[in-house]
Design a protein around this ligand. Structure first.
Ligand SMILES: NC(=O)c1ccc[n+]([C@@H]2O[C@H](COP(=O)([O-])OP(=O)(O)OC[C@H]3O[C@@H](n4cnc5c(N)ncnc54)[C@H](O)[C@@H]3O)[C@@H](O)[C@H]2O)c1
Length: 370
């Protein structure tokens, strides 16, 4: 296939690499030659590492020869059958790009966006035929992360969903279907349930952040503590994503701590200080004493995630199977939400939700859907 990737930043260059590795022709577009050259350097570096590890069937040169660099969006890309937009997370900018894509590409080309928080439906308003607009939410870094959330906007056609799904399988990624354009799609909804609850428990004085992180790591088996993960991905990123989701109707505890830390510049690993400190602004695994994990019931953290999964299934957002795949591949959970549910027991989960509702002074987000 001929695939256009718009934006050659953190995500775009990785998506272009993945698409080219799978044998497709790629147009990689950005606003300047310098940005494109730097993207190619990163792709070259990544391809050579994959090649050394024996993970490529072709030479890096052959794969690179399929990536054509394009400054701006012009006639050069007009035979692309699919485009994946990965420009910054600004609705107006994305709309401008989509409107230009509609002018340039064939009428049946699929127009996908890699947005992580904007509604697909609102981006689609920029084009006349909204049936061909869809979300393809890759995870960072796209070369290593298997998961792609395929998000259906209000007007996306079945045909667009099917073709996009098949394409994602062909580029050796694992798609899950998000059938409704809800804030946070599947993976971020589950994650934000846990993060906002963790924050609520700290702000209400029930546990400190180290206790929560010890519980997450040692009792739930998560790869990182919750606050450690927030530091890793950026306190500011978590603040902006959660605020945007709440603004768009995601009912969750508003974490003041994230706002205050963002304003103070305590952004986590990248600023050297967040919930923990990181010498030289580099991530180091946080030292968490095991005994702390006995100080809080793990149900307090995982019950809201299980409840969220139930809400999504009830509303037809995603299937149980896809939610399980999403948390395993998108968040590196050791098991799916349904495994946690089975192990912990429905009644206990419901009791934990009631308790969380009480602690949060009646937070609606703890209404049970089980
Ligand atoms: N970074 C992540 O971890 C991550 C993960 C999943 C999804 N996303 C989403 O992917 C998208 C891109 O994020 P990113 O982190 O790669 O951003 P980025 O800032 O690293 O890259 C964006 C690129 O788009 C280019 N650009 C801007 N306007 C353009 C235009 N009109 N035409 C072509 N290129 C243009 C910029 O020059 C830049 O190189 C966003 O929607 C973001 O929410 C990001």
């Amino acid at each position: 296939m001929k695939v256009l990737v718009v934006g050659a930043g953190t995500m775009g260059h990785g998506i272009a690499e993945v698409v080219a590795i799978a044998g497709n022709q790629v147009y990689l577009s950005d606003i300047s030659k310098d940005i494109l050259n730097s993207a190619v350097d990163k792709i070259k570096w990544s391809l050579s590492r994959l090649y050394e590890k024996g993970q490529l069937r072709e030479s890096p040169e052959d794969i690179l020869s399929r990536i054509k660099l394009v400054v701006g969006l012009n006639e050069e890309v007009k035979d692309a059958e699919l485009s994946i937009e990965a420009v910054p997370e600004k609705l107006e900018l994305k709309r401008q790009v989509f409107s230009r894509l509609e002018e340039l590409l064939p009428r049946d080309a699929i127009l996908a966006t890699n947005t992580s928080s904007l509604p697909i439906t609102e981006i689609a308003y920029a084009v006349k035929d909204r049936r061909r607009v869809i979300g393809t939410h890759f995870f960072n870094p796209p070369v290593l992360m298997q998961l792609v959330e395929i998000v259906r906007g209000k007007d996306t056609s079945d045909d667009t969903v099917k073709k996009t799904y098949d394409f994602i399988v062909k580029i050796n990624k694992k798609p899950i279907l998000v059938n409704k354009d809800v804030p946070g799609f599947v993976v971020n909804r589950v994650l934000l349930r846990i993060i906002t609850t963790a924050c609520m428990l700290v702000e209400k004085g029930i546990a400190d952040h180290k206790t929560i992180d010890a519980v997450a790591r040692y009792k739930l088996g998560l790869p990182m503590g919750i606050f450690e993960l927030v530091d890793y991905t950026g306190v500011d990123v978590n603040y902006y994503v959660s605020s945007a989701m709440i603004e768009r109707g995601f009912k969750a505890y508003y974490c003041k701590t994230l706002e205050e830390m963002t304003k103070k510049g305590e952004l986590g690993v990248k600023s050297g200080k967040g919930f923990y400190t990181y010498p030289d602004n580099k991530y180091v695994k946080v030292n968490l004493p095991k005994e702390l994990a006995d100080k809080l019931d793990p149900l307090y953290l995982i019950a809201p995630a299980i409840n969220e999964a139930y809400w999504m299934i009830r509303e037809g957002v995603a299937s149980k199977e896809d939610i399980d795949i999403g948390v395993k591949l998108g968040l590196n959970f050791p098991k799916g939400i349904s495994d946690y549910e089975r192990e912990l027991g429905r009644d206990n989960i419901k009791r934990a939700l009631e308790e969380l509702k009480r602690i949060s002074n009646g937070g609606e987000e703890y209404n049970t859907y089980l």
